[in-house]
Design a protein around this ligand. Structure first.
Ligand SMILES: C[S@@+](CC[C@H](N)C(=O)[O-])C[C@H]1O[C@@H](n2cnc3c(N)ncnc32)[C@H](O)[C@@H]1O
Length: 191
C-alpha cells in the first residue's frame, strides 16, 4: 500500500475554522451522514480521527443514553476536544489518544466512524488489521472520505483494502455527498 505524505494536524484552533465551519453541511452533507449511521439513543460509538470534535459532539446529542469515544493521534486535538466538551457541558464523550497504526478501541462498540481520516493513515494495512481485531461482527464500521480528484486513496482502493483486511462491505454511497463517499462494512461472523 502506498503511504501518503504525512500532514500535521497540531494547529487545532486554526483547523477548527475549517472543520467546524458554518457551511459544512453544504460541502459535507452532514445530515445524510448522520441519517446513514441510524444511531439509537443508547449506542456506543468511536469517532476515530475525531479532530476538533465536529462529528463527536453531534453524536453526543443523538446518544443521550449512550457514549462517544472521540479518539485522535494528535495530542493537541485531544486537548482541544477536552476543553470543547467541558465548555459544552457534555458528559457522554470521552476524548482519548489513539496511534497511527492502532485505533485503540474500547470493547462493545456499536459503531466505529472515520471521517476524512482514512486517506491520511500511513500504514493502512496495519491499521485495518488492528481495527479487525478490535471489533465484533455486530459493530458497524463507516468511512467517509473524498472521492474524485481530491482522493488520495480512491474509493475503489479503500474498498479493496477493507475487503483484503477481512471485512464485508454492506454498501457504498458514491453520490449522496457533494465530494465524499460513504462506505459501510462489518467483520463477518465465523461460519
Ligand atoms: C481532516 S481531519 C478530520 C477530523 C474529523 N474527523 C472531521 O471530519 O472533522 C483528520 C484527523 O485525523 C487524525 N488522524 C490522522 N491519522 C490518524 C490515524 N491513523 N488514527 C487516528 N486519527 C488520525 C488527525 O490528527 C486529524 O485530527
Amino acid at each position: 500500500m502506498a503511504h501518503p505524505k504525512p500532514i500535521s494536524f497540531s494547529e487545532a484552533e486554526r483547523l477548527s475554522t475549517i472543520f467546524d465551519s458554518e457551511n459544512r453541511e453544504e460541502w459535507q452533507r452532514t445530515s445524510l451522514i448522520l441519517e446513514t449511521l441510524d444511531l439509537k439513543p443508547d449506542m456506543i460509538i468511536a469517532d476515530v480521527g475525531a479532530g476538533t470534535g465536529y462529528f463527536a459532539s453531534q453524536f453526543a446529542d443523538l446518544l443521550p443514553n449512550g457514549l462517544v469515544y472521540a479518539l485522535d493521534t494528535e495530542p493537541n486535538m485531544v486537548s482541544y476536544m477536552g476543553n470543547r466538551f467541558q465548555t459544552e457541558g457534555r458528559s457522554n464523550i470521552r476524548p482519548g489518544l489513539s496511534t497511527h497504526i492502532d485505533p485503540c478501541l474500547p470493547e462493545n462498540l456499536d459503531v466505529v466512524f472515520l471521517a476524512n481520516v482514512y486517506r491520511f493513515i500511513q500504514k493502512r494495512d496495519e491499521f485495518l488489521a488492528n481495527l479487525h481485531n478490535q471489533v465484533k461482527p455486530e459493530t458497524l464500521v463507516m468511512f467517509v472520505d473524498f472521492r474524485g480528484g481530491h482522493a488520495r486513496v480512491s474509493p475503489q482502493q479503500a474498498m479493496d483494502e477493507v475487503v483484503k483486511a477481512g471485512f464485508v462491505i454492506e454498501d457504498m454511497n458514491m453520490d449522496g455527498c457533494p465530494d465524499h463517499y460513504i462506505l459501510r462494512f462489518r467483520k463477518p461472523r465465523l461460519a
